[in-house]
Design a protein around this ligand. Sequence first.
Ligand code: AMP
Ligand code: MG
Length: 513
Amino acid sequence: MNIENIKQPFIKIFPGDFSGNNMQRNTPKVLFSTVDPVGFDQPKLIAFNEKLAEEIGLGRFEENDLNFLVGTKLPENIKTYSTAYAGHQFGNWAGQLGDGRAIIAGEIENDKGERNEIQWKGAGATPYSRHADGRAVLRSSVREYLMSEAMFHLGVPTTRALSLAFTGEDVVRDMMYDGNPQLEKGAVVIRTAESFLRFGHFELMSAQQEYKTLQELVDYTIENYFKDIQSEGTQKYKDFFESVARRTADMIVEWYRVGFVHGVMNTDNMSILGLTIDYGPYSMMDEYDLNFTPNTTDLPGRRYAFGKQGQISQWNLWQLANALHPLIKDEKFLEQILNDYGSYFWENHDRMLCKKFGFDQLLTSDEKFFTNWQSLMQELHLDYTLFFAELEKYDDQKDLRLQFENVSYSFLNDEKMVKLEEFITTYKSRLEKNIISREQSLELMHQSNPKFILRNYLLYQCIEEINEGKTEMLERLIHALENPYHTIYPEFSAKRPTGYDDISGCSMLSCSS
Ligand code: AMP
Ligand code: MG
């Protein structure tokens, strides 16, 4: 790999702490601290994303690149650092947080002039590790590696994953925070993104009243990642906030399309570019349930449940608006954008749902249709993904019960079948309002409805296998997630089997990683 081409423009521009000291502390007024990865002597490669490496300009992987993948024996040109950010966690201001176990190697540029940041996750403690060890375990690393790539291939804006390797070191974790610490295998993931900047970076500078740095950070973000913004003065900052709001809404609509629940939508986990970032206790939704949250820490209030993600993204944008206020100085404008957010979001959400159903346009009557559909899904305990896959295949000639019984997590008794039949009748008459042909309508459905999603139980099985030294399932899952709109392995495109409903680390997840 062209490791020698990795550069660190960020640390040349912004105020930082160059002491290299990784002791945990507050680092006021700076956006990063230089810090070295600890280095691991016995790395073992689990997965490497060759296509991504080529795409971003890193080139081919060679045997001696393995050290780099875990942050060991780095060449002189790589000046590594971790960034400081703040955030609102579960609705409360949490002050300084920062890259607790992410260390940035720098940026690489490809021959098209596109730049990508490269960072290790799990390569050791940083000043922002907050009493934790800066390590990552195999379990959470596999989950991040596979899911970020799955989201990319589904067409959802996301950070990406370049490599996954064992460190050769064991790490102690109390997975469910219940007083049962165990040794788990340590691992490091390299992830990439145009930028890993979060709402929290802007919140940190604003909270410390470092308005000059705040302004420089916004200017830098616009210049590098919001190239369509051409305005000047305060208008530039207004356009920026409006763009961030749109990108955020567009991302969340995509989460709803594929059935993704992030699980920890704190403002420090919100990318300023509108990318899905920080894959922790996330889950793809099996059974359709607006109240579903995979994160045990979130159970008391279900703040981050599937159905709340739209509303929460708006709340998070309020916090960003507060942080950017010193630059924009126009409450009315900010309020307007935030108030319009709901209608922008819901309209796009409903247009997205239309495509899933194969409708060519959104009608006023659709609101009622969607509400009825939601109750049908919840009452019949239907699988979100499989429901749309079956709807795409629906034809009058088939027995409706036979077709849908494998989509439900409950028995479809006669009463439920009547509801389903009623729904299908309404659906058919709604389809008749289409201007496009049936083929075009089916094409819309085909593009909007994944046939393969990375379900938690599949991840769970895959992690168990890797722990036993086998990688066959990992390879098959990678093949499947690269082709999510096709059924490559029928056994992966089925309902969650019974027995996986209550397993820790499978259906119930924690932030422990
Ligand atoms: P969140 O992503 O909102 O759950 O916040 C988690 C915070 O804890 C971030 O600042 C992380 O970098 C940090 N963190 C999580 N796990 C570790 C770990 N094993 N070592 C150090 N910091 C961690
Ligand atoms: Mg985080």
